[in-house]
Design a protein around this ligand. Sequence first.
Ligand code: SAH
Length: 239
Amino acid sequence: MLKAKKSLSQNFLIDNNISKKILKYTDIQGKEVLEIGPGYGFLTDKILQKKPKKLILIEKDFNLFVYLKNKYKENKNIIIICADILKFDLNKFNNLIVISNLPYNISTKVILYLFNFSQNITEMILMIQKEVAQKFNYKIKNMNKYKFLTKIVSNYLICFDVSSNVFFPKPKVRSSIVKFKFKKNIYNIEKAKLFSDKIFRNVRKKITNNIKINNNSPLLAKRVNQLNIDELLNIYNFF
Ligand code: SAH
């Protein structure tokens, strides 16, 4: 019988077909993979079938960590770490592929944290709440800082939606599988964050009231949430 802790947002994916479908969106054979919050290892088992070179598991729950240590004790290319992903340094990795059915109570926080390691990660395939998936989707209007930062660091794709029936226990909301493919060109994430903090400070005000930009573009007279992503990038170029 599966035990689930609410405080750690434990909703285990119990449908093998969904696990397999998730892995169709990435090619991990011979690559280094990081799975965040493997739980009982349901998705992990499917990852292993695809023969990654190395698999790193980061699980915060000590009981599950012990369970996983035992489950995979014969497996030489798995590294299991008991840690909080939000405190885990990924700087020493290269060309990592991140796969996770994220803990939903911290999904946005984890994604923004992982943006800091966009030079260490190639791509991320993540299960998150459907509304959170929309929040990062810069292809849809109504700009916010999440859409802007996502566009700066990655190409973003919503792969497919998942019903809450595939989990135990069932989460209250629908879920989506999303993919962030990180850009490898050099950009200044600190500058992008500074810009987004300023320009999204008060979305009800005109842009000129939130940020000082020496340019007479008519876009600056609009409110930031009225822009589409290309218009927003246009303003960022003046910053
Ligand atoms: N991947 C599993 C479990 C998903 S539930 C499956 O699909 O069945 C989310 C998992 O993330 C749980 O195992 C939970 O213990 C773990 N978790 C929660 N907060 C975490 C954190 N801050 N760092 C690492 N793992 C975390």
